[in-house]
Design a protein around this ligand. Structure first.
Ligand code: GDP
Length: 424
């Protein structure tokens, strides 16, 4: 059966959660393989409206097993609070439908603290961290100085391990940042509380996935953020600290031989970007304000107003290549209905030359957008359910993007609800 991935093509917030929620019906297992609770998926379905940060978006479907793979930054406190929120809205979360890899590293309170201390040190040079501890967490992971979730089952070794790490970590906290040292008792109390709460969900998810794959179960990988935020291929250093591309899913899940047949890349019908860094197609002033309002573009985790712009063909084409997308889901087409003329960023200008290749990060701040306009459709499209229901100019807009980015647009989303979708 199929192994698929749903990934972001741009800066994140493309509407991946909505697409996973739609498509999970066809899958037995949904797996998060990277990132942490630093971004959010918004999902609206028959249970209500949810902002998911760590939980895979398959939790709403009966019978779907949801996995947090070894590549995820596991913040037990945030995860537990998120589980409680979802359970309170009537959605059961049990060790049957949620499994956490014993090889997940634990994001500890000191990671969050260090994130804040570093952003404060950077002052106006900051990268726009969400202060969830993700960057300090992944740095520690690469230094082999993290605790694995499975260590919770070995309390004596765990305490000794934590003591060692704390001695090292407090050097940074006190000598580099001049802050108060973390106390072992506080840390152990935190672990005794939240570690115990998540313990029933922890198991060898790699083995589970390999077995599921052998049995012919269908598996869906769910990414956080988008290609332009990928640690290796994104807009360095304004990336996240993990690999958001589909190619990382086999590593971050433990299904190391996975061949991903379908990579559904999610693209928004216009562009948004949260945080700092070059955003070539950015719009400003009242035009930007109107689009931000129309699309409700405020961060799911932070509430920060998102930067907005027209669809960016150059960046999107690059994102499609990085993700090796086999199909595209174009979301939020309905948001553009108010525009008479729809702006698109068709090319970039770099050093006076028109270019179509996405520039190297150091050259990107020098790039300028080339804006062209397509005709608007002047009518609400949120009730469209078939391709033929879309006005001709809306079809033309979709076909223009499809041709420019060189990947078939299979899904067109015209609203946040599960059924507000056109499948071509
Ligand atoms: P994700 O992290 O990629 O899942 O992105 P977000 O959580 O930021 O999701 C995008 C937002 O847009 C959410 O509030 C969705 O409910 C909403 N949304 C998704 N698709 C559509 C759509 O086609 N039209 C409209 N109007 N809203 C949508």
């Amino acid at each position: 059966m199929a192994i698929s991935a749903i990934v972001g093509i741009n800066w994140g917030d493309e509407g991946k959660g909505r697409m996973v929620d739609l498509l999970t019906d066809d899958y037995d297992v949904v797996v998060r393989y990277q990132g942490g609770g630093n971004a959010g998926h918004t999902v609206i379905n028959e249970h209500g409206k949810f902002a998911l940060h760590l939980l895979p978006s398959g939790v709403f479907r009966k019978g779907v097993v949801n996995i947090l793979g070894n590549g995820v930054a596991l913040d037990a406190e945030n995860l537990w609070n998120e589980i409680q929120g979802v359970v309170d809205q009537g959605v059961p979360i049990t060790p049957e439908n949620l499994k956490i890899s014993d090889r997940c590293s634990l994001l500890l309170p000191w990671h969050r603290e260090l994130d804040g201390l570093e952003e404060a040190r950077l002052k106006d040079k900051k990268y726009g961290s969400t202060r969830q501890g993700i960057a300090p967490f992944y740095s520690d992971k690469y230094q082999k100085k993290t605790v694995l979730a499975g260590e919770l089952f070995y309390p004596e070794q765990l305490r000794a391990h934590i003591e060692d790490l704390l001695e090292w970590k407090n050097l940074t906290i006190t000598r580099v940042y001049g802050a108060e040292p973390t106390k072992i008792d506080d840390l152990m109390a935190w672990l005794a509380d939240f570690g115990e709460k998540i313990k029933p969900f922890i198991c060898d998810t790699g083995a589970f996935l390999r077995k599921a794959d052998k049995e012919g179960k269908s598996i869906l990988f769910e990414a956080q953020l988008g290609a332009l935020r990928d640690l290796d291929f994104g807009i360095v250093p304004y990336t996240t600290s993990s690999n958001a591309i589909a190619a990382y899913a086999p590593v971050g899940s433990g299904l190391t031989g996975a061949k991903i047949e379908n990579v559904v890349g999610v693209v928004k019908a216009y562009s948004t970007c949260v945080g700092e860094g070059p955003f070539t197609c950015e719009m400003f002033g009242p035009e930007a304000e109107k689009l931000r309002e129309a699309g409700g573009e405020y961060g799911a985790k932070t509430g920060r107003p998102r930067r907005v712009g027209p669809v960016d063909i150059v960046a999107t084409r690059y994102g499609v290549e990085c993700q090796a997308a086999t199909a595209i889901a174009l979301t939020k087409l309905d948001v553009l209905s108010y525009m008479d003329k729809i702006p698109v960023c068709s090319h970039y200008l770099l050093n006076g030359k028109q270019i179509d290749e996405f520039p190297f990060p150091a050259a990107l701040p020098l790039a300028e957008p080339v804006i062209e306009y397509l005709d608007g459709w002047g009518t609400d499209v949120s009730k469209a359910r078939k391709w033929e229901d879309l006005p001709e100019n809306a079809q033309k807009y979709v076909l223009y993007i499809e041709e420019q980015i060189g990947c078939p647009i299979k899904y067109v989303s015209v609203g946040p609800e599960r059924d507000s979708i056109i499948i071509r």
